[in-house]
Design a protein around this ligand. Sequence first.
Ligand code: HEC
Ligand code: HEC
Length: 357
Amino acid sequence: MKVILSLFALLIVVVSGYGLLSSKKANPYISQEPEVLVIPLGLPPIPWPADNPYAKNKADLGQLLYFDKRLSTDGTISCASCHSIPRAFTDGKSIAQGIEGRMGTRHSPTVIDAAYQTHLFWDGRAKTLEEQCKGPIANPKEMTLVVDNVHEAHRQCQEHIMKIEGYKPLFREVFGKDTCESDTCTIEQISKAVATFERTVLSGNSPYDKYMAGDLKAMTEEQIYGLKVFNHVGCANCHFGPIFSDGRFLNIGVGMDKENPDLGRYMITHDPKDWGAFKVSTLREIEHTAPYMHDGSIKTLEEVVEYYDKGGIPNSNLHPLLKPLHLTEKDKKALVSFMKALSGEGWQHFKEPKKFP
Ligand code: HEC
Ligand code: HEC
């Protein structure tokens, strides 16, 4: 019987390819299904990093930490404060607002399908989700009251979490016996757990994915026409691939008419070609993540289309594809309709934990 059961388990792992069965011990704080990780239609396997592979108990621990306000200095802000489930892992604000109501400088992008992003942040300054996670924890406009001392901000966060008795068995189960017994329950482990959770927050199996897989009725006539316009006027030159972002940093002019514009990727690379350039956004779940752009300056998808139709905001580094498009009213409506065909599933089943360790 035991042999048959383990063969069955093996089969599920093999069939799902990239899924894993949960560990035997269930986390008492997280109960939701599914136990087996399902990758929605249209998405490739999740690229799990070699030094942080998937484990269900790690994703569950990460989910707790993601929603736990005690990661912040004064216990008021969690990752979910700015990337919340009902808003498709964004916050609905133009510019993010963090600890003590402090205003940030940019709009909160979605965490959905972040597993497939080759760089994180609008300017791509983090290469992995693990590295990204350490950013907000040490950002005095987001989760810490410690100013200009990343190491100290991380140390305090780690100390907060370590003091919570209920977390200790969970960290031990995920990261090994010694963890949390001395001072080894680290910011690295917090980030690894949070990143594992984030990689399971997906969106695929949208009308577009079904259409592409051969279900020609999955998109409306207007959406099918919108897809043609999307390809024809060049949107697809930048927004393509499984998450509709090619991962490049480009200048499409957003915010360039401000007195001191955000220079985006240029501030990281100091390469003139990156002047005013931002990461090409994913368009998955775009219907649910308004407002839009790195500065949250565009309120609706209709206005985004108007922005592209007029050719963006002129500046010395504007991408050549940004030029007046002369779209008809029908084209504009169809483009918006098509973008709504990119609303799928793979994230709605997550719930904010009701209780914490
Ligand atoms: C105060 C609001 C706020 C909090 C709290 C916050 N974030 Fe963010 N998040 C943002 C903003 C704003 C950006 C974009 C910043 C930039 O590009 O410079 C961002 C970017 C990201 C990205 C990059 C997405 C992409 O496509 O590039 C991820 C992933 C992310 N946050 C996850 C987290 C996690 C995990 C936490 C908790 C440890 C967290 N955030 C806490 C506002 C917030
Ligand atoms: C030259 C490359 C390029 C082309 C062409 C392009 N985009 Fe974009 N798109 C971007 C970049 C880069 C951003 C992020 C810019 C920023 O925030 O400053 C973006 C942002 C967006 C956003 C907002 C995403 C968010 O989460 O805030 C939408 C919607 C969008 N594009 C739709 C379109 C449509 C529709 C077209 C065709 C009419 C199009 N794009 C053409 C590069 C491009």
